[in-house]
Structure formats: C-alpha cells, structure tokens
Design a protein around this ligand. Structure first.
Ligand code: CA
Length: 214
C-alpha cells in the first residue's frame, strides 16, 4: 500500500486530507510539527510527502532542506497558502517536486499526487498482464484470473475488468481516472461497484483475490 506523510499543523486540513487520501486507497500518517515530520520521513520512508510551509516549530522549507541533505529523495509536494512566485521558486530550489497553493481543489491535489507517484515508481505500474483476446483463449493454471473469467464469475463489464486490473496494481481512484480517461467520480463509482461484485471489503484485497483463484 502506498504510504503518504501529511505534514500539516491545521488539523481541519490535515484530517480532511487524510480522509480523502485514505478513501482513495493510500495509507496516511500525519505530522503537525517539523521535528515529527523529519523523524517519520526518515524512519518510515513514505512514498510521498505533502508538506505545509507554516509549521509551529520550524519552517517547512527547513524540513525540505534537511530531508534532501540527509539523502531522502522522497517526492515532496508543498501545500501552502504562500502564493508568491518567490516562495514557489524557493521550494523548487530546495528540492520540492510540486507546489499547490491553498485554498486547493482536492481533485487536483489527488491528480498531482497520482502523477508524482507514477513518475517516482514507473515499475509499480506495469502494462496489463494479458489482452482480452489472449485471455479468452484458455484458462491459465497459474497467474491472474482472465478477463473472461472475471466477466463470467462476477458479472463484470469490460470496463470493470479494466478497473480490477488497475486496482490489483495498487492504483488509486485518481490514477484509475487518469489511466482510463474518466472523471474521478466515475472511477470512484466503478471501484465501489467492482468491490461489491467481487465481494471484497477493501481495494487491497483485489490483487490477492485475482491470483488466489486464478
Ligand atoms: Ca500551517
């Protein structure tokens, strides 16, 4: 499961972000102070850090500088009310990967997080295992369930089988939306319907299920 560290001292924003990210399939830890953020970022090695600049103990820029000095290359998305060009440039100069200003659109933030993660770990998103033509030829004795088997056993549509493959790769709803060129809400609806049809309670169970019954 992809882990994201949210560094944010405003609890309203932090908890709202946590809910949205968890809903989208990420595992989230929160830090409200710079010292805590540095400790978690270096010990837990999250896949991405969302970093506020105005923190109670130290400036977010200092967190970023220290992370990079320690050799932590985790993608950092700065989320700040500071809208000046000089602030953004300072962030990028210190090694930030993206910069989003508050107030922010949660959908845009999700899309940017998905894009950063894809860029950071291209190997985590391999090409689909089999085309539907090849998959309908034979029932494999090992490997994932074929598209045909998914449609027959679970009553999935062709579109829903695509969603299943992406869920099994660990894609978030925002990533599914991007990959299948649909809206975030459509992707989320597909995910909910697919989980219901497969009879699993979490998106993390999809990949295991595909292989266990293949
Ligand atoms: Ca703040």
């Amino acid at each position: 499961m992809t882990r994201i560290l949210v560094v944010e001292d405003s609890l309203d924003i932090a908890e709202g972000l946590q809910r949205s990210l968890e809903y989208d399939g990420y595992q989230v830890s929160l830090a409200t102070k710079a010292a805590h953020a540095l400790a978690v970022a270096t010990s837990d090695r999250p896949e991405l850090i969302v970093l506020d600049l105005g923190l109670p103990d130290r400036d977010g820029y200092e967190v970023l500088r220290e992370l990079r000095e320690r050799g932590v290359q985790t993608p950092v998305l700065i989320l700040s009310a500071r809208r000046e060009e000089a602030d953004k440039l300072q962030g990028f100069r210190l090694g930030a990967d993206d910069y989003v200003t508050k107030p922010f659109s949660i959908l845009e933030l999700m899309a940017r997080i998905g894009a950063l993660l894809r860029r950071a770990a291209p190997a985590a998103f391999p090409a689909p295992a089999a085309s539907s033509a090849a998959a309908s030829d034979a029932a494999p004795t090992s490997g994932p369930l074929s598209d045909a088997a998914l449609r027959e056993r679970y009553g999935l549509t062709a579109r829903q089988t695509e969603v299943v493959r992406l869920l099994a790769e660990g894609c978030s709803n925002a990533e599914i939306a991007t990959r299948l060129e649909m809206s975030y809400y459509t992707a989320r609806n597909h995910t909910e319907q697919v989980l219901g049809k497969l009879g699993v309670s979490s998106r993390a169970a999809v990949g295991a299920m595909l292989y266990a019954q293949g």
